[in-house]
Design a protein. Structure first.
Length: 522
């Protein structure tokens, strides 16, 4: 006979992230006799009753004044709750969550601005460290590695990856003193627990995520604006619109057949564009023998391709049940670009994060292939030149976004594949320490290889910029004085070489100074 699996049970997750296990019949209300006491004025003294029936958790309204809703539907009869169900009691919300095993991921817990709730047993008096509201936290599956907890600051839209200390975050509710937190951390994590708690408190305080000893949470300071400040125009309701686009047909693009077709188009398009380039079917930035017109077509086309690129990211988010955040147009200096906030993908497993990052470059490759085929099929003329510029712009976008040495899609895909968060920053520090001959370098082979590959890429890219710029020198000299042309080219070469020089220059100079100091003191 096959043994029946033991049901793990349910937790009630309150607005202030407190977890209450459901043990038998549980009542929620304002009454002091309630199992879970919520103090909101819209909560009745006896609001709802929760009962475990077999493996199901059933909710029944207990005659409340303002009503009870489950996932937006009002409860009139007993209703079985599912994992992730949102239970609304008047103006208060409680999330029902199936208890997870240690190796499983948990659902994302979101604590909005100013969220608060009170339990019948309050514990210690308020005044201890408290995590500021407006955050989301999730524990990923064990396959994600040691740093499997993700904490998002919803005010500053920043993320923090945590290890085992992530489970200590739920203790920072202001009801425990520092000494009590240390004791609980040691109980949960063993001897390293107190040190982990100190490290967690320090990190959260440095990032401004602790509310302090009962002090009011500060409002974010208004950003200073100047002519160099990036300008941003957002699209209200972008996340909802992208979800609607996915539901009304965008989902077809994520079916196996569609993905296979798009992959075939992208691969053949690369071959076609290579043939067009070798056969001189077009020249970058030139339409109808005019560089100015070609430049305009390239810039406008590049912006349109970028819009499709970001839409692809948003649709991929919707495919995994996540809603994209802000979206719109941003201008940095004089350069415009489209953006879609996909930061919620951090709460998804690694393979899904990689898929969301890959959606944009895939769309670039498919659009590039489409315009390359059109260029091949069209006869000579301005329209073929336009298609070449659009294909060129799409492939430039794909290469830039797949570059693993700048923080774009390719970098995020590689960092996830290697399970190395903060890869670029840590690799840069590692290389600088090696160049300075400092003994505290981590010795990570992955970081050193990535740092050296990034340095080699910077040199190769600079050499490519020099070669390409020289091809345009004759055209520039036709309407500009020679010294001006060479000054322009020299500025381009200096800008291209700057990343490599900055990476090598500082550490090597420090190394020379240290050697001089040692000789002087010898």
């Amino acid at each position: 006979m096959v043994a029946r699996a033991v049901h793990p049970g349910y937790d009630l997750v309150l607005a202030d992230r407190t977890r209450v296990p459901v043990l038998g019949t549980t009542t929620i209300g304002r009454s002091a006799s309630s199992t879970v006491r919520l103090t909101g004025p819209s909560v009745s003294r006896r609001h709802v009753r929760l009962t475990v029936v077999g493996d199901a958790l059933v909710v029944q309204d207990a005659g409340s004044r303002y009503g009870t809703w489950v996932d937006g539907a009002r409860v009139t009869d007993p209703v079985a709750l599912h994992d992730g169900a949102r239970l609304r009691l008047g103006d208060e919300e409680v999330v029902v969550e199936l208890r997870r095993g240690e190796n499983e991921s948990r659902r994302t817990l979101v604590v909005p601005v100013g969220a608060s709730a009170a339990l019948a047993v309050a514990g210690a008096a308020p005044g201890g460290p408290r995590l500021r509201s407006a955050y989301a936290i999730k524990r990923l599956e064990a396959a994600e590695g040691r740093q499997r907890w993700v904490l998002r600051d919803l005010r500053g839209d920043r993320f923090l990856r945590l290890g085992d200390e992530g489970e200590l975050v739920e203790l920072l509710d202001g009801r425990r003193t520092v000494e009590e937190l240390m004791g609980e951390a040691e109980r949960r994590l063993g001897q390293p627990g107190p040190a982990r708690m100190i490290g967690l408190l320090t990190e959260l305080a440095d990032r401004g995520l602790l509310a302090g000893d009962g002090e009011p949470e500060p409002d974010p300071a208004p950003a200073k604006r100047g002519w160099l400040t990036p300008r941003e125009w957002t699209w209200p309701g972008a996340g909802e619109r992208l979800e609607a686009l996915y539901a009304r047909g965008g989902w077809v693009l994520f079916t196996p057949v569609a993905l296979a077709v798009l992959g075939a188009v992208a691969v053949t398009g690369i071959l076609v564009f290579a043939y067009l380039t070798v056969g001189r079917y077009g020249t970058p930035f030139v339409v109808a023998n005019r560089i100015g017109l070609g430049g305009v077509v390239f810039v406008v086309g590049r912006l349109a391709v970028a819009a499709v690129h970001e839409t692809a990211h948003g649709l991929a988010m919707a495919a995994f049940g996540r809603r994209a955040g802000r979206a719109g147009l941003k201008v940095v200096l004089v350069f415009p670009y489209v953006f879609v906030d996909t930061s919620d993908a951090w709460f998804e497993p690694r393979r899904r994060r990689i898929a969301v990052s890959a959606a944009g470059p895939v769309s670039d490759a498919v659009l590039g292939a489409t315009f390359a085929w059109l260029c091949l099929l069209l006869g000579a003329g301005a329209l073929r030149d336009v298609c070449f510029q659009l294909a060129f712009g799409a492939y430039v976008g794909a290469l830039v976004n797949l570059n693993p040495f700048i923080e774009r899609d390719g970098y995020h895909m590689l960092a996830d594949a290697l399970r190395e968060p903060g890869l670029r920053r840590r690799a840069r520090v590692e290389l600088q320490q090696v160049l300075r001959r400092q003994g505290d370098a981590s010795g990570s082979t992955v970081l050193r290889r990535y740092a050296l590959a990034g340095l080699a890429w910077s040199v190769v890219a600079a050499a490519g910029a020099v070669v390409v710029s020289l091809r345009y020198a004759p055209a520039l000299r036709s309407f500009l004085p020679g010294p001006v042309v060479w000054a322009m080219l020299a500025s381009v070469w200096a800008a291209a070489l700057t990343p490599a020089l900055m990476t090598l220059g500082g550490p090597l100079l420090d190394r020379v100074r240290d050697a001089g100091t040692r000789r002087a003191t010898a």
